[in-house]
Structures are given as C-alpha cells and as structure tokens.
Write a protein that binds this ligand. Sequence first.
Ligand code: FEO
Ligand code: CA
Ligand code: CA
Length: 627
Amino acid sequence: MKDHNLSFDDFDELVNPKPETCEFDAVVERALSRRGFLGGVLAFGGAAMIGGGLAPTAQAAASRFTFEGVPTSTADALIVPEGYKAEVLIRWGDPMTSDTPEFDHETRGTAESQKVTFGDNTDGMHVFQSGEHVILAVNNEYTNIEVLWGNRPDGKPANDDDIWKGMYAHGLSFVEIAFDGERWSVVKDSPFNRRVTPATEMEITGPAAGHDWLKTAADPTGTKSLGTWNNCGSSTTPWGTYLTCEENFNGYFSAADEAHEPDAGLKRYGVSAKDWGYGWAKVDERFDISKHPHEPNRAGWIVEVDPADPAATPKKRTALGRFKHENAETVLSRAGRVVTYLGDDERGEYLYRYVSNGVYAPGADTDALMNEGVLYAAKFNDDGTGTWLALTPETTGMPSLAEVLIHARYAGDKVGATTMDRPEWVASNPRAPEVYVSLTNNRNRGAKANAGGVEQTVGGPNPRAKNNYGQIVRLFPAEGDHAAEGFRWDLFVMAGNPTVHSDAYAGSANVTAENMFNSPDGLAFDSTGLLWIQTDGNYKNEGDFAGQGNNQMLAADPATGEIRRFLTGPVACEITGLCWSPDRRTMFVGVQHPGEDNTASTWPGGPGTTPRSAIVAVTRTDGELVG
Ligand code: FEO
Ligand code: CA
Ligand code: CA
C-alpha cells in the first residue's frame, strides 16, 4: 500500500500532527484510573443501549442461518462453510479484452496493460442488469506499492511507467459477466467493459461547481476534473446508476519542496507536502500542491456513473459534501426524497446524510435530485436520541453553500456534530426503516482531539476509550422516515475479545469466543434482511486480537442480534465489497490486498505467484439461494 507500514490515518497523523495533549487527556486519565470506570460503561451499555437486550432473544429464537459458522483462520486461503464454494471471478491485472495478454507475474504489467485490465484492490461493487447483460461495477481503491513494484530490486519505481502503472491501477472497473450454468466469468470485449481512472474526465456538478476553490490551471471554470481515485465503498441509486466514494484522496498529493506548508483547509483533510509513496506528482504536475493548491479540492466527492452508458461522463456530486467518503447508502424517504447516508472515515470525523429537495419519479430526470438538497451531520445524545443538523451558511456561519460543501468537515465542527469512531459503511435494512453504521475503531477516542481540534469524548455511540475493536450503531429514523430530523439509536454490536478481556473490551453480549472479530467495515443487507459484516482489522492474531485470525465476513440477524462467521480470508487481506447476482444464487465478495506490507501470501495463485486482490463468486453446491 505504501512505502512504510503505517495505516492511512497513522501516516496523516505523522505528517500533519494533531494537538497532542489537552485538558481532556487529564480528565480521561483520571477517569480510567478510577476503579469501575469501564464497568460503568458496560453497565450503561448493557442495560440500556447495547443491542437492546438482543442476546437473550438470540439464545431463545431459532437461528435464521442456514450455514454452520467457520472457525477463525490464519491460513493463506479463503474458507467458506460446508455446502458452499468460492471461485475466483477476476483478479488485479486480469484482461477485459481478448487481445490483452494475461497478467505477467514477472513484470506485473505496464501502464498500457493496466489501462485495459482489472484495477487493483477491489472494494465496493454492485451488480447492474441492462437488458440481458449483467454488469459488475467495481471500485479499485488503491494499490500496494510493495506488491506493485515488488519486481524491482529495491521495491521502488524504476521509471515513470512504473508510476503511471500505479495510477492506472486506481479507479473503477466495469465488466460484463455471464453465468454458463456452472460458473461466472468475464465477457471479454463486451461494450460495457470499461476502466475509469485518475485520468478520466468528469463533470463537477451541484452547488460548489464553478467555485473559485475548484478552479485550476487545467480547468479555469471549476466545473471539470480529471479522474477519481481511492474509491472505497459504493452504492446504487433507485434509477440504476453507481455511486462511488472518494476516500483517502489526500495521500496522492505532495510538493517538490517538502517544507511547503499547505493551507489550513488542505491540512484539515490530511493533504501535506509528502504523499504515501505513489509519486504521482513526479509524472503529473497537478499532484504538486505548491503549484496547484486547488487540485485536492476536486477530490473527496461522491461520483455518479452510469454503468449502462460507457460514453456518459461521470458526475461529481458536490451537494453530498467533500470528505473522506466511505460509502453512500441511498434510500427513498416516505415522500420519495433521495436520502443518502455518508460516513467520513477518519478518527473523530462525522456521520452525514443528504436529503434531496425534490422527489424521485421513475423515468423523470434525476440530475436535480443529486444537485439540490440539504447535507446534515449527526448529533447523538447519550439518552439514545439524536438529531440531524443541517449544514447551511445560516447554521454554520460560513459564507456560502459552496464553502460549506467543500469544507464539510468545518461545517460539522461548527454545528457541534458528534465525533465518531471512524464511520465506515452504512447499510439500510430493506425490511425495516433502520440503518446500521460501522464504526471501525478509534485508538484516539478519549485520548486526542480530531484533525480539527474537536475533542473526542467517550460516550454515546462511542463508549470505549482507545477503542481498537469497533462497533455497529443502529439508527431508527423518527416515524420510520429517513428524511425525519430526529432518530433513536442503539449499539447493535460492540466488537471485542471475550477470551482476553472481561470488561467492555470483551464486546457486547452477542459477541462470543466463537464469533469474535474486530474492526467492522463493509456492511450490506441481502434482500431477505440479513446483515453481512466485513472486517478490515488487525490480523496479527496476538495480544488484544489473539484468536481472531485473518479478516473475515459474518452474517447477523437484526431481529435477534445473533452473529455467525461465514468466511475467512487469506493472509493479510481485508474483506471488502459485497453484492449478489440478480437471482441471489451467487454472492460476490471482494478480497483486498492479500500479502500487504510484505507478509507472506501467494493468494489466489498459489506458490510462486504474486498476491493479487480478487473478487470471488460464492455459491451453494446445491445451487440454492445463498445466505
Ligand atoms: Fe476504504 Fe474506510 O475504508
Ligand atoms: Ca472500508
Ligand atoms: Ca478499510
């Protein structure tokens, strides 16, 4: 992933340090040293908030799961329950046209080959149907440079082509897929096959389009941008387009002069004079912030792409705000407004929601629905209630809506939104008006302010200091209406390790030695209303994480809180991205970065091969519905 072993957040903190200590540190120090502090958190959560007393029901009710849970694993293999099989559908570097050679394990491809082959680090994805055609839209979030350039003796790019290859490994891949009665495969040369990369032209739409801060040397109008990168989660709209989410966009910018000081707005988003090692500014000047300080403002958005129309220009939707977008779960309100739930994945950042002004009508133009609306940030109260706070010039005191959206994090600070433990995916239950939000972990909870200097107090949906396990918070919109101002919330699950801890770090009552995990990240409901949880956590299998093994995917029953492990991934991977075939007999699961940070993995090719991110198709051996 980088030329160092730091996470994205750790790197950002290192190069752009946050306030180190404050009065709050001392308060937490005292609180933690008091006997019974953590017990108090657990009692508060257990009695009132955590899972709403789910575990006893889980024991009494019949399980909805039709599979036997799999144990944790440290094997370099993808393991599914008995009665299921998993087959690789597509891997990094696999050709999408018949005249492109297969992936070369020696060279690991070139910039030219990467432009027409599947991108790296598969993440959010969705299946679309266009007539007879089944199109898989996939985010290729980033690339692990230790793997990308692992063919070079020093692990560094040997020439500009190596850097361009890394750039083209980012973006999106659209592939038509087909089922032959036995297995799914890619339809090479399909007119729907397409790569969208950091060089693809895009339109900037919505209230911030044309704002001075979006004007650059390449586009003095502030209405166009080149490309998309670090696309994390994704979603789909009721009208069949793909929403892709620009997350850690900051780590690709740098300055030739490492002493260059970015302005405060760029710093708030983690942009610094040093990139994560990708070197893009060496081959493309627009990534040098000392020369083009507005370039980073053209990234960090939700992008809408039409998978059925490869000629259509993707649209960046500024009405949905600019931050490190995780995913974009989109539903309709009672009145038919478009409601999109949005997480900003960084320690102590906010949970957002967009509500369109207009209502959706099938067949009518949908542009205005994504351009005209109100962005909100969530405020959680300790009593289990919460409010969506509108982010407008009036509520924030900021001079224009464009500035509110470009600097949405500032807007969240100003209205007093609740700092969260890294909001990852949001998933809406198709069977009930409720949404689930992964809060993956937050080492800084109760210890440090967020990137904007806002304290990260312990409490509410973030009840554990130095939270290294994560939790899933559940929101119940008032009157079952996703556009309502108020909501109730509870904690569906607090991940933990009951074999190591006996306090709040053991997890909530629905976490056991058999199903434990850390760092929930990807979340998706299937059409039956089962919640699937994917993890991007610590896989060292020691200390606080002893017995938890490699990253995994679990299923959860929202009604009972029961959680069961469905799948374990290969060494050093993250499981991310999940969708179903139209007939729900196949589940597509993403396996990202096996063998990251030079850990020993050769998945999926086996001994002697380069580890490669891949999507697997999971089916039941009897051909029945999955799940
Ligand atoms: Fe791309 Fe927050 O995970
Ligand atoms: Ca994620
Ligand atoms: Ca992640």
